[in-house]
Design a protein around this ligand. Structure first.
Ligand code: NAP
Length: 266
């Protein structure tokens, strides 16, 4: 039975072209970091959101409760994006509970940094399984429902500045995120005839658990010196870009890679 779709009253403050009222969104890896900010922002714009997690049930449920307390609609759904059967069952459950699916944000990701000589095949498989296969499996499982959404249908994939520029010690991660860009552009071609847009967002250094050691470590000053805007980014700043691509205002943008990186790669 589909949840009744309530929107927080704050969503009415947004112009129609940026509002997501009536849209149903699934955000993978939304228990923490960038995904958490994306789910919250989409809910503030009026979308009903499914908050996916793989391990952090408590934070996912807490975000669900926060959104519902603010007058929105949210559910928490645990599944591993790299497990095909779990993804199929998870997406089916989201569609049943929210009453459809218009927006898929493939945000779940991991990073394991190592120089080439120290890379282990298991680490490589693990990164590709979550970042690349996970994105693909969720796109495939959601596509039938997004096609039904027609012009409201959106896929937004999280890539990275590293997927475009490369970075020493991140060959596996860069390969997975470059793969996400290729997948995004291919699916943009495939789904355009039905009005569904497919875009990527490529963040630079954003302050989350994933980057805590590099951003707060001894190399912090050297890192900041490379960023023209002179600071690391916030998860909320990535969420704003995702919310824009999800909105009616972005209906004519597809196959694009939107950089949110403070000028780190121009
Ligand atoms: P994070 O703080 O480490 O959070 C990762 C999220 O992904 C968590 O919610 C985690 O869920 C979830 N996750 C991991 N493996 C999963 C799986 N197999 N199935 C389902 N969920 C899974 O990472 P972040 O920094 O927010 O990054 C989010 C995305 O942005 C990633 O794709 C990352 O590559 C990309 N990105 C980040 C940066 C940055 O500077 N932070 C820069 C460029 C791109 P649990 O909590 O349940 O483990």
């Amino acid at each position: 039975m589909a949840a009744e779709h309530a929107s927080p009253s704050a969503s009415k403050d947004w112009p129609e072209s940026l509002r997501l009222t009536g849209r149903k969104a699934l955000v993978t890896g939304a228990s923490r970091g960038i995904g958490h900010a994306i789910a919250k922002t989409l809910a503030e714009r009026g979308a009903a959101v499914a908050i996916n997690y793989v391990a952090s049930e408590g934070p996912a449920v807490a975000l669900r409760d926060e959104i519902v307390a603010a007058g929105g609609t949210a559910i928490a759904v645990g599944f591993d994006v790299g497990d095909p059967a779990a993804v199929d069952a998870g997406v089916k459950g989201v569609v049943e509970q929210l009453g459809g699916l218009d927006i898929l944000v493939n945000n779940a990701g991991i990073s394991i940094d190592a120089l080439l000589l120290r890379v282990s095949p298991d680490d490589l498989r693990s990164i590709l399984r979550t970042n690349l296969e996970g994105t693909f499996l969720c796109c495939k499982a959601a596509s039938r429902h997004l096609l039904r959404a027609r012009a409201a249908g959106r896929i937004i994939n999280l890539s990275s500045v590293v997927g475009e520029q490369g970075n020493a010690g991140q060959s596996m991660y860069a390969a997975s995120k470059a793969g996400v860009i290729g997948m995004t552009k291919s699916l943009a071609h495939e789904l355009a005839s039905r009005g569904v847009t497919v875009n990527a967002v490529a963040p630079g250094f954003i302050e989350t658990d994933m980057t805590a050691s590099s951003i707060n470590g001894p190399a912090r000053d050297a890192l900041l010196a490379k960023i023209p805007l002179g600071r690391v980014g916030l998860a909320e700043e990535v969420a704003e870009a995702v919310a824009f691509l999800a909105a009616p205002a972005a209906a004519y943008i597809t196959g694009h890679v939107l950089r949110v990186n403070g000028g780190l790669a121009i």
